[in-house]
Design a protein around this ligand. Structure first.
Ligand SMILES: CC(C)(COP(=O)(O)OP(=O)(O)OC[C@H]1O[C@@H](n2cnc3c(N)ncnc32)[C@H](O)[C@@H]1OP(=O)(O)O)[C@@H](O)C(=O)NCCC(=O)NCCS
Length: 197
């Protein structure tokens, strides 16, 4: 009898690999509660974005196939107030990396948060030493047009430490998402403590 897909796999430390757009069959068998995330990983749009260097995509795959994916791209966080005034930084816009598309197969428990934790570490270890980056951003999907409960991805990001850029924004949002941000500084300091003599 075949075992259920992804059963018994601990994703908490699983490797993440970069998506090569010429690799065949990526996304085959992938499931997600939101169909647009399945079409996206299987379709040409993501492949064109990768080839045109407008996005980078990272995969959490295992023997059973694709468990989750995330895209990352350069962004600018715009806030209503100078949130780093305590650090004597008076800007209201800040360099950031955006979490573009993120999706996890619901059978691969924990794969979504593993990818997000990987992305935070990747940005701090690989990008922050080379480029000014202080925040992660995401446009958290909010779909009010569903029967019953609206679909709201912000709770997932909130648990990870993201906060709303505009907490007073109308809800449901008119454009179908709410922008959130995550301050990388605690992780930057933590990693510096471990790596610096
Ligand atoms: C959002 C998504 C990537 C989360 O991935 P996941 O693998 O289900 O997440 P995990 O299993 O790692 O869950 C981590 C925690 O977040 C919680 N969580 C997941 N989605 C949530 C939501 N929408 N609201 C509140 N909490 C949520 C889980 O219950 C879990 O909580 P716990 O740690 O207390 O057990 C996944 O549900 C998904 O692909 N959704 C459809 C696409 C989507 O909305 N992408 C984001 C677009 S901005």
């Amino acid at each position: 009898m075949p075992y259920p897909k992804f059963s018994g796999i601990d994703f908490s430390k699983h490797d993440v690999i970069e998506f090569n757009p010429d690799q065949p069959d990526v996304g085959k068998g992938f499931r997600c509660g939101r169909g647009e995330f399945v079409s996206y990983i299987k379709g040409e749009k993501i492949r064109n974005e990768l080839r045109s260097s407008t996005s980078k995509c990272w995969l959490l795959s295992c023997r059973d196939g694709l468990a989750a994916y995330v895209t990352l791209l350069a962004d600018k966080l715009t806030m209503g107030t100078p949130i780093l005034i305590d650090e004597d930084v008076r800007y209201t816009t800040f360099p950031a990396v955006k979490v573009g598309w993120l999706a996890a197969d619901p059978r691969a428990k924990g794969s979504g948060s593993r990818l997000m934790e990987w992305a935070m570490e990747y940005v701090v270890l690989e990008l922050v030493p080379r480029l000014g980056i202080r925040f992660l951003t995401v446009d958290a999907l909010y779909d009010a047009d569903l029967p019953g409960q609206p679909y709201d991805a912000s709770g997932f990001y909130y648990k990870l430490g993201f906060r709303f850029t505009n907490p007073d924004e109308e809800n449901p949002p008119s454009d179908g998402f709410r922008t959130m941000y995550f301050d990388l500084m605690p992780l930057i300091q933590q990693i510096n403590q471990v790596t610096q003599p």
